[in-house]
Write a protein that binds this ligand. Sequence first.
Ligand code: SAH
Ligand code: SF4
Ligand code: F3S
Length: 441
Amino acid sequence: MSPFSRKIWIKTYGCQMNSRDSETLKALLIQAGHVIVDNEKDADIALLNTCSVRALAEEKALGKAGRLLKRKERDPNFCVGILGCMAGRRGAELLKILPALDWIVPPQALPRVPSLIYETLTQNKCTCTVADVPQAFDFTCYEQQLSPKPVLFVPVQQGCGMNCSYCIVPKTRGHQQNRPFESIVTEIRQAAQRGTREVMLLGQIVNAYVDKDAQKTFVDLLQAIQEIDGIERIRFMSPHPSFFNEALVTCFGRLSKLCPALHLPIQSGSNRILKLMRRGYTREGVLNLVKALRAVEPRISISTDLIVGYPGETEEDFEQTVSLFGEIHFDMAYIFKYSPRPTTEAASSEEMIPEAVKEERNQRLLSLLNHSSTAYNETFVGTKQEVLIEGTAPHGEGKLFGRNRYNKKVIFNGSPKLIGSFKEIFIKKATSSALEGYIVD
Ligand code: SAH
Ligand code: SF4
Ligand code: F3S
């Protein structure tokens, strides 16, 4: 073992993009001779892959980093790095709060982490390294082989060039860059040979994907993946309502592997708020899109993201969101209370909504959601569902979990040997968040 090999613990906050980045980083670190540990107490190095999307996400990571750095006071050889979106947004400013940090690495510089660690260890450095953001993202890091997975998250873009007034992401991950078409298809082809059965294509505006050099669109990408042997299911997130065209809508009827489940972040049902948010679509546009999707695939499951308490949101605006909720019948929704993000346009508004009002609106939508998602999930009770088994369920001895094609989580008893395979599950019970059943012989 090399004298520069270390035990490294990585904690991930935030979205699927960050989860995949952490997986990639683990593979790169193992290749560089390090060992990944599951317990922070066993680690020589702790890396936090952070999220900035709401204030709470940053607070959690800062609290954790503060506690880790206490250990460094007793054990100076212990090293701590802040990686990911908060490192991108705040950079060296983080040293004002956490002066003992060893590394600050924005998402675009993650492939450099192994060499940064090596430099620190060999030069015995005691100052923090703040990694520069490279001009062009190096997508080849995603060609690094991961441990075999039934469901693979596949980044097709990095960053976002949209200008939503509330959102910090363009300032954490930079402008939109698209991964070369061939790199994506090659990764998926190789993963299929190693047991991957489902892919989730990831991008902040995933349906705006384009490879100009290869003259390929997002629909071309779906078509190419449809043709890969071994891949049985295709999903993507998050699409932007403005980047749907007829060719993409019809894919839901045409491509047998494209799952009938779509996460479509809408943010608000009020045209006035959508305009202030600079989302670029209207309530009517969204309703027409959902109608077109349901004409192609009547059972399509639609989920969404909504923000309550955006600056200036009146009761009437909120009622528009409530009524959109009723009109679309979302099967699932993530409801967020607006969180001002420094340097974004909306954060300087003088019409901030009081916390208590945000909370009340949040609770109203949650209760509607509870009804609509339970009602939707109950439609599966008494049916057989084809489930791709993903792993052991976190709660409950001997239980496994997987998803049906409609992206509903299904929990049942079974042997871990079944992980990675498809099984028919008879559904006995539904809650607002999952289905329960048993394997049909
Ligand atoms: N690219 C995706 C969203 C990425 S961020 C899209 O455009 O749809 C994930 C979700 O976080 C968003 O859909 C939004 O609902 C929420 N979000 C983003 N910024 C927020 C903020 N400042 N306060 C509260 N929620 C926010
Ligand atoms: Fe943020 Fe808008 Fe980009 Fe989504 S599309 S990541 S909400 S700026
Ligand atoms: Fe994801 Fe959070 Fe960054 S939502 S893109 S990890 S700010």
